[in-house]
Design a protein around this ligand. Structure first.
Ligand code: GLC
Length: 470
């Protein structure tokens, strides 16, 4: 079975968010199950030259974007047993950054065309299935004319749809008016890549079951709930996992001390080291809450802002890592000046620091407004750090709220997007934390939970199989 996995980011080459983790970990898990899956991404200038110099040039050819011919170089590199292809075009991809340019519509329309053209240049690798991810790849199912190749389209975040003016994009895409009159691409007055993917793919998935349910309702559906509902059984949720080799407290080289479910003392030693490194008071008994996140509205930063003073009045420590919207960055910085013994602000991103935080903290805060799946809570659980989340999307699906009567749970959660519920939940977690024996019991439950890709990769393999043979 041959699958071409198309994405605009992938660990370890280029990563903005969870999408980049998925585009590495899922193909890796599928390959272990005998699927010949290969990944294709653009060759951005931000990819480290360490990788670029190792890439092998496979072919160069022209790609037709509407009436123009654009250059495409196809390059190749294997990483961790996964074959990667790179689409090389300096005009579109030799820029600082990867998203957010005035011509993103054209750039990713080109990418979609280039991927389809590239298939003819991959030697004996002819995919049975093309697996597309998020709006940037949404035109692939629209453009695909070869019926022997099936398409899967996965929604990682419905909020970003790639909608562009019809006048401009209509020409670039070279699509006849028929496409628009059928209403299959039209979103108000624009053309939507996301809509293209949803309407034309043979099968549509998203990254958790609960998000799949949510986006069929107007509240979460971003205007596309009816369309998703219409796809019936051709639209389903498959929850993401994380890579169990990349994230493993037992032999992670980036954390201070390794530990496992039977030796949790070393987790505490991580906490003490982190307190030292971040110049927080060293205290093994104080509950430490980590936030590793893009500092944006989606991730619940508004709620945190509303209660931050009250939080800082509690006997806790907070460690924040991430970048995002300036007002949230400023807010975190500001409070770390006023309460240097309570909150450590780290306005940058580093995988190594992220892991130190996952390993060292007692709790991990992620009160998202909406969350298709979420990766942070899964990593936290793997490191025995209990997530405190809002019950939405993947967070609802992967965190079982602790129940004091049954003593079962894999985190703490609240229902409504409301700062009072948030603070109540944090206070509850802190009070449970005081019972050391109970806390340890919950940590063990959390670390036993299987968040690997094993199950979901199997589901994808089934999905591909059904598409090919039915
Ligand atoms: C997007 C979503 C996030 C999900 C990730 C990977 O970043 O916002 O919830 O985990 O994609 O699917």
């Amino acid at each position: 079975m041959k699958v071409l996995f198309v994405c605009t980011e992938s660990h370890p080459f280029i990563k903005i968010g969870g999408l980049g983790d998925v585009a590495y970990a899922l193909p890796k898990a599928l390959r272990k199950m005998g699927v010949d899956v290969r990944v294709i991404i653009p060759k951005y200038s931000d990819i480290s030259s360490n990788f670029k110099t190792k890439m092998k040039h496979i072919d160069s050819f022209n790609v037709k974007v509407a009436w123009r011919n654009q250059y495409c170089g196809l390059e190749y590199l294997e990483y961790s047993g996964i074959p990667y292809y790179f689409v090389d075009n300096e005009y579109y991809f030799k820029r600082d950054g990867i998203y957010g340019f005035y011509d993103d519509g054209e750039r990713f329309a080109y990418f979609c065309d280039a991927v389809i053209e590239s298939i003819k240049h991959m030697g004996d690798f002819k995919p049975d299935v093309i697996h597309c991810n998020d709006w940037h790849t949404g035109m692939i199912p629209v453009f695909m004319k070869d019926n022997s190749i099936k398409t899967v389209f996965t929604i990682h975040n419905l909020k970003y749809q790639g909608v562009f003016g019809k006048e401009i994009l209509g020409d670039i895409l070279g699509l006849s008016d028929e496409y628009f009159s059928e209403n299959k691409l039209k979103y108000y007055d624009g053309i939507s890549f996301m809509k293209g993917g949803i309407n034309y793919a043979d099968l549509v998935t998203t990254v958790s079951n609960s998000y799949a349910k949510e986006i069929k309702t107007p509240y979460y559906g971003e205007g596309l709930h009816g369309l998703l509902e219409n796809r019936g059984a051709k639209f389903l949720g498959v929850v993401n996992g994380i890579d169990y080799d990349v994230f493993n407290p037992k032999d992670d080289k980036e954390i201070y001390f390794n530990y496992n479910i039977n030796h949790l003392d070393n987790k505490l030693r991580n906490k003490i080291e982190l307190q030292r490194e971040l110049k927080l008071p060293v205290n093994r008994d104080i509950p430490m809450i980590g936030i590793v996140s893009r500092l944006v509205k989606q991730k619940g930063l508004d709620l945190i802002a509303e209660v931050i003073e009250e939080l800082l009045g509690m006997d806790i420590q907070i460690v924040v890592l991430g970048t995002g919207e300036m007002h949230y960055e400023d807010l975190i910085q500001y409070y770390s000046y006023i309460y240097p013994s309570k909150i450590s602000s780290n306005i940058y991103f580093s995988n190594e620091m992220a892991k130190k935080i996952y390993a060292s903290c007692d709790m991990f805060l992620m009160p998202s407004l909406f969350e298709p799946c979420g990766i942070g809570q899964l990593i936290a659980q793997r490191y025995g750090t209990l997530p405190i989340v809002r019950e939405t999307g993947g967070l609802k699906e992967t965190v079982l709220p602790f129940n004091k009567y049954t003593r079962k749970g894999t985190g703490f959660s609240f229902k409504n997007y409301n700062s009072r519920e948030l603070i109540k939940t944090i206070k509850n977690a802190v009070s449970v934390y005081k019972d050391k024996k109970l806390w340890k019991e919950i940590m063990q439950q959390v670390m036993e939970k299987d968040n690997s890709w094993q199950n979901s990769a199997k589901t994808y393999k089934e999905i591909y199989k059904n598409l090919i043979y039915n």
